[in-house]
Design a protein around this ligand. Structure first.
Ligand code: FAD
Length: 386
């Protein structure tokens, strides 16, 4: 007989999928509800550092990801105008030896599809938008936009930057528009062969107030990807992204190095996304409800660690439930928060400042972290840092 509590995860994004997979593996009867009717292969890439790959190992997809992804030997930072190198951060073999797993870059859609495939498909529900949640004390009742209701013992809000669960815990409050946008485009590497230029596997081009991060998103290096950070005072589009254009990119990166100009010339479609943040939240859990990922610490993507933090959260949350026993879920949730708050807030701050790896620095505090092995800090009687 299974005495473990029933758990519902709201949101099958990268954090929700990780939480669902790890909970199901640990024997928790877990259902995952996602508002989208289906997922598409959106044109975007993502870095997976060794800290995330260690969680992927537990989920059982590390080898598939290693085969799927590009394995850069270095992260280069370069002056956007002159091309001068500002940092050379060793990854590749160095990362495997020193941080305990590979550093890869992949297509976000491929990663997401693989992660979602690890969930029990009979307990994964699409087209289910949570609209209300009632934590009566003995159980949680969730109401969805289609009028249906479901019950669970515990509910995890992995529902992203506009989290309905966060709103339930802390009241309605829109995320903060940071004043920066990100352009995203995938380029066919075939087109780049026309240029006598070096297109490095992982490089960030910087100038005073903007940047362009570039990397391959497939192991065969057929798809190259850029994502920018460019100041734009207002965002009034009311959507999560809009179309941008080659002309807009040329204007934004005027005077940049010929390699960057070549990428813009080869761009077929490019989208533009507002970068949203929140200040660290005073509350991550209450009674039977708990948050993870962008629902509790959305950040600018400038460290390439937003999803990484969501996935680490998922791992730590499951570890804490196992550590103290799920019947003591409030203790487990506080132990989870105690062990995640400081790190997530620090990553939020460095992402906000956009200083990560701009100059040579030791990235071990991020990459060497293993949420399953790091010694646990116990909450103080006054509660952990807020
Ligand atoms: P999400 O991925 O937003 O998932 C939330 C899910 O919940 C969604 O599927 C949503 O449809 C669903 N949902 C929402 N509301 C409801 C509801 N009411 N009911 C049911 N379902 C709901 N991070 C990295 O680690 N590396 C990178 O290289 C990187 N690059 C980035 C580049 C850009 C331009 C941006 C904007 C972000 C980047 N990030 C990166 C950050 C990363 O995308 C996020 O931090 C990450 O997706 C957060 O994961 P999550 O699971 O918390 O939320």
């Amino acid at each position: 007989m299974n005495n473990k509590p029933t758990i519902t995860v709201i949101g099958a994004g990268l954090g929700g999928a990780a939480a669902g997979a790890l909970l199901q593996q640990a024997g928790y009867p877990t259902k995952v509800y996602e508002q989208a009717p289906a997922f598409s292969r959106l044109g975007a890439g993502i870095h997976l550092g060794p800290n995330v790959m260690k969680v992927m190992r537990r989920i059982g997809i590390e080898e598939k990801l290693n085969a799927m992804g590009s394995h850069p030997d270095y992260w280069f930072s370069r002056n956007g105008m002159t091309g001068e190198y500002q940092s050379r951060i060793p990854l590749g073999e160095f990362a495997r030896e020193n941080y305990g797993a590979a550093y890869i870059t992949v297509h976000r859609g491929d990663l997401h599809e693989l992660m979602v495939s690890t969930l029990d498909q009979d307990n994964l529900y699409f087209d289910k938008r949570l609209v209300d949640v009632d934590d009566s004390g003995n159980k949680v009742v969730m109401t969805f936009a289609d009028g249906s209701t479901e019950e669970a013992d515990l509910v995890i809000g992995a529902d992203g930057v506009n989290s309905r669960l966060r709103e339930k815990l802390l009241g309605p409050e829109a995320p903060i528009y940071s004043g920066w946008v990100a352009h995203r485009a995938i380029i066919s590497a075939e087109k780049l062969k026309a240029y006598d230029l070096d297109f490095e596997a992982c490089v960030k081009w910087w100038s005073e107030d903007r940047h362009m991060m570039v990397y391959f998103v497939t192991g065969d290096e057929k798809e190259y990807y850029y994502v920018t950070g460019v100041p734009e005072p207002d965002w009034n589009h009311g959507t999560s992204f809009v179309d941008s254009s080659r002309e807009e990119m040329r204007k934004a990166f005027e005077g940049y190095h010929p390699t960057v100009q070549a990428l813009i010339d080869c761009t077929e479609t490019v989208t533009k996304w507002p970068l949203l943040e929140r200040n660290p939240l005073p509350l991550w859990h209450e009674n039977r409800l708990v948050l993870l990922g962008d629902a509790c610490h959305p950040m600018k993507p400038h460290m390439a660690q937003g999803a990484a933090m969501a996935i680490e959260d998922a791992a730590m949350l499951v570890r804490c439930l196992e550590e103290v026993g799920a019947e003591h879920y409030q203790q487990a949730f506080e132990l989870y928060r105690t062990n995640r708050f400081e790190r997530a807030s620090r990553v939020q701050q460095v992402s906000h400042d956009n200083t990560w790896l701009r100059e040579d620095e030791d990235p071990a505090w991020v990459f060497a972290y293993d949420p399953f092995e790091v010694p646990l800090k116990q909450p103080t009687s006054q509660g952990s840092p807020a």
